[in-house]
Write a protein that binds this ligand. Structure first.
Ligand SMILES: [Fe+2]
Ligand SMILES: [Fe+2]
Length: 209
């Protein structure tokens, strides 16, 4: 299966992106082991997370609409954000992935989602902090915290993304802010009580049918 995915990636993704994808696969596996999660599932989600990264905007929109995904004005203006949802569709249809947690982690890797699973948090973080992303003090801080408090690291990774978007005067999808606020609340709770808490007002991971 891994070889088949790599062969597909070689045809559809440039070499620099494959390096990033392999970095995410490794980092997601490491983080999952650290938090006693399923490292194989994390690695597979990492390997599959950017399948649709280079699909054209029109194709992303068409595939998302065909899947029944709601296209809000920010997604319509910036269809590239749909590459996460569409990568999960390709993982399912091209590679037969049916594990809901893996598909959700692929879907959540860009915008996150309030109440997303720990596996989704791990893949979301791995996408931000894999070694190929660089060696800045901000990234190194998130790398350190990713070993101490998963939710705090998701919150800081969201802040990092938001700062980048603001500095470039780019559109911000509201889900990035919702993810950030959720992770901040979870991070402060688990820091003070050292327990995982779940906000029952938020929907769980949305998964593909
Ligand atoms: Fe991505
Ligand atoms: Fe990525």
């Amino acid at each position: 299966m891994r070889d088949r995915i790599l062969a597909w990636l070689e045809k559809n993704v440039p070499p620099s992106r494959i390096e990033h994808i392999l970095g995410v696969e490794q980092m997601a596996s490491n983080l999952a082991s650290h938090y006693h999660l399923d490292a194989d599932k994390a690695a597979q989600a990492g390997l599959l997370h950017d399948l649709a990264k280079y699909f054209r905007p029109k194709q992303l929109l068409q595939m998302a609409i065909a899947e029944g995904i709601e296209i809000d004005p920010i997604l319509e203006a910036n269809p590239h954000l749909l590459h996460a949802d569409v990568s999960a569709i390709v993982a399912r249809d091209e590679f037969g992935v049916t594990e809901p947690e893996i598909l959700a982690a692929i879907q959540n890797h860009t915008l996150g989602r309030p109440n997303m699973s720990e596996l989704s948090c791990v893949v979301f973080l791995a996408d931000t902090i894999e070694p190929g992303r660089g060696d800045t003090p901000e990234l190194n801080q998130i790398r350190d915290i990713s070993r101490e408090n998963l939710y705090k690291a998701v919150w800081l990774a969201s802040d990092y993304a938001l700062q980048h978007l603001l500095s470039k005067h780019r559109l911000i999808h509201p889900r990035t802010i919702m993810t950030r606020n959720w992770a901040l609340l979870q991070g402060s709770k688990s820091q003070s009580a050292n327990v995982e808490t779940v906000d029952r007002n938020q929907p769980r991971d949305r998964v593909l049918a």
